[in-house]
Design a protein around this ligand. Structure first.
Ligand SMILES: *Cc1c(COP(=O)(O)O)cnc(C)c1O
Length: 219
């Protein structure tokens, strides 16, 4: 029952305009169903194969978002997703665009590496505008906003400057009014940081631990 209580607690803490994505890597179908029964409408998965297995059981009663790094050889199997939050390479975007042709228009977010850490995926902020202009020419993907993973910091308050940079970038790009690009979603904030992310402009948070508890692999 704790999953339901956790979700209800988070919902009370956040404004109505903020969407919760349940980050469900390594969680099983029963746990995910519990979250769905508590009102979760979007499932975020990191690995295509793992997501597909769960999708085959749970289906379209919820939306499925890819929040992990998308590898070139997995793009074809990723077409069932309702959104890809992690676009950061033109090659992958073009492959996705080709595979979606005649089937669907895939909503996408551009992942930004706002901290510049070498270990993090995402486009560098200074490259984001040119990258998005290139993406805007692809007809079967549609850019809906930005996503970021802030650096891991002991004190989540220390992530605030990164979130603020993201918000500034988000509004800067929004105001460019690039054709085919809708800057609507700013996906940032996880279990330890979502309150600060929302204060700095996030309208989509991705929550794993605070909903499901600590992951077993992490001990
Ligand atoms: C796991 C994960 C999350 C959720 O992390 P928690 O700290 O468990 O809330 C969010 N976003 C991405 C991309 C993830 O991989």
């Amino acid at each position: 029952m704790f999953i339901k209580e956790n979700i209800e607690r988070i919902k009370k803490e956040i404004p109505d305009y903020v969407t919760i994505v349940a980050a469900t890597k390594s969680r099983n179908v029963n746990e995910i169903n519990e979250a769905i029964n508590a009102g979760i409408k979007i499932i975020g998965e990191n690995y295509v194969q793992e997501a597909l297995k769960k999708y085959k059981v749970i289906g379209n009663q919820v939306k499925w978002h890819m929040i992990g790094h998308l590898q070139s050889n997995k793009v074809k199997k990723a077409l069932f997703f309702d959104m890809i939050q992690t676009i950061d390479r033109l090659k992958i975007a073009k492959k996705l665009d080709n595979l979606c042709a005649g089937k669907k228009i895939m909503p996408c977010l551009v992942q930004v590496n706002i901290s510049g850490e070498k270990t993090k995926f995402g486009i560098r902020p200074e490259e984001a505008i040119d990258f998005i202009k290139q993406l805007s020419e692809l007809n079967h993907i549609r850019i809906k906003g930005l996503m970021t993973m802030e650096p891991y910091l002991k004190n989540p308050e220390d992530a605030r400057p990164y979130f603020r940079k993201m918000k500034n970038l988000f509004y800067y790009i929004k105001n460019l009014n690039i054709p085919n690009v809708e800057m609507k979603i700013l996906s940032m904030g996880m279990s330890s940081s979502y309150k600060i992310a929302i204060e700095e402009g996030s309208n989509m948070i991705r929550i794993g631990t605070k909903i499901f508890g600590k992951r077993k692999e992490l001990g």
